[in-house]
Design a protein around this ligand. Structure first.
Ligand SMILES: Nc1nc2c(c(=O)[nH]1)N[C@H]1C(S)=C(S)[C@@H](COP(=O)(O)O)O[C@H]1N2
Ligand SMILES: [Mo]
Length: 327
């Protein structure tokens, strides 16, 4: 097993203003990562990081907490990395891989506000210095019925939220993606359908659930921009659009936040969006999924499982709720 991140004295949100900004390069050294020659070169040339740097993390093990690991075959990285939804870079599945290199991800920070005792802004280096990174092998299921099995690297969202001390009024979390028109051709396009910035939300108990992951990598490497670099959410029992990419803002609130997809079409995209073969999308069935790689001749069609197979872990969150009504 590889060495884990060392947790130095935690840079709490209180002292954020004084904390000095570490260059990404220094983090790589500080964390004992093997800096790739290619990275050193591109950093010097001022080029943009598009992922693929080796990460230090605790590998996923079958004996780990239930749900953190699946023995289903992992989807080849090539099929995951470049088949994307990231509308900021265009609506075609191949657009993000073509355009997302335009996004600058260093420096990066996340601000946390609202119903917390310690609101503040943490830069990515400070966020990462507080955690050991772990790998989890999750099923990922898009509302459009494709699915994959991905080894994500990250840390539980709950651990990040706890550093800001949510108050008793905290009932929901809103997330926002970076909105930088100059680097995001999809946001400048007249065919753009989203009300930017991309926004998503979770109920507090969903956000604090141990399966809810803040991911900074996949397949042992830092995220490529098109996959949501440098930091994104992964909520494995919900449809893919809940897993918001390239997060810069978190708001803790008493009220259920408005989300981008709900704003666009509330009938098709509900707030909960739990994977559920019994509740169809208004325009198509959700009973089956196409496990990537899927082709016309070999569609690799498999039945969809309730809560994407995480029923045992999460069904309790929704006890007594009518999942047809709260879709
Ligand atoms: N900011 C942002 N996050 C986003 C999206 C998006 O368009 N913008 N698309 C969502 C959708 S619909 C899906 S299915 C997943 C896809 O993640 P992947 O490309 O890493 O598979 O990202 C989600 N997160
Ligand atoms: Mo999606």
């Amino acid at each position: 097993m590889r060495k884990r991140y060392q947790a130095p004295a935690i840079a709490s949100s209180e002292i954020t203003s004084e904390s000095t900004y570490l260059k990404r390069r220094e983090l790589i050294k500080a964390a004992g990562l093997a800096a790739l020659p290619a990275f050193a070169g591109s950093a010097l040339a001022g080029e943009k990081d598009t992922g693929g740097l080796p990460l230090d993390y605790k590998a996923a093990v079958e004996a780990g907490p239930a749900g953190f690991y699946t023995s289903e075959p992992q989807t080849p990285m090539a099929d995951v990395k470049d088949y994307c939804n990231f509308y900021e870079f265009g609506m075609d599945k191949g657009d993000p891989a073509r355009n997302a290199h335009e996004m600058t991800t260093d420096p990066w920070s996340i601000s946390v506000s609202g119903a917390v005792n310690k609101p503040g802004k943490l830069n990515l280096e400070d966020i990462l210095s507080g955690f050991d990174l772990e790998e989890r092998i999750y099923r990922f299921r898009c509302v459009e019925a494709w699915s994959m099995v991905v080894p994500w690297v990250g840390f539980p969202l709950s651990a990040l939220l706890e550093r800001f001390e949510p108050t008793n009024n905290a009932r929901f979390i809103e997330f926002r993606t970076l909105y930088r028109r100059s680097e995001m051709p999809g946001t400048r396009s007249f065919t753009s359908i989203i009300d930017w910035p991309y926004r998503e939300g979770l109920r507090m108990d969903e956000a604090m659930h141990p399966l809810t992951l803040m991911s900074v990598g996949m397949y042992g490497k830092t995220l490529a921009n098109q996959n949501g670099a440098p930091i994104r959410l992964v909520v494995p029992w919900k449809y893919g659009f809940k897993s918001i990419k390239s997060i810069v803002e978190i708001k803790v609130s008493e009220r259920q936040p408005a989300t981008s997809w709900e704003g666009l079409n509330p009938r098709e995209y509900g707030f909960y969006s739990n994977v559920n073969p019994e509740v169809d999308h208004p325009r198509w069935s959700q009973k089956f999924e196409r496990r990537l790689p899927s082709t016309l001749f070999k569609p690799n069609r498999i039945p969809t499982r309730k809560f994407n197979g995480y029923e045992e872990q999460v069904a309790g969150l929704y006890e007594g709720m009518d999942l047809r009504k709260f879709y």
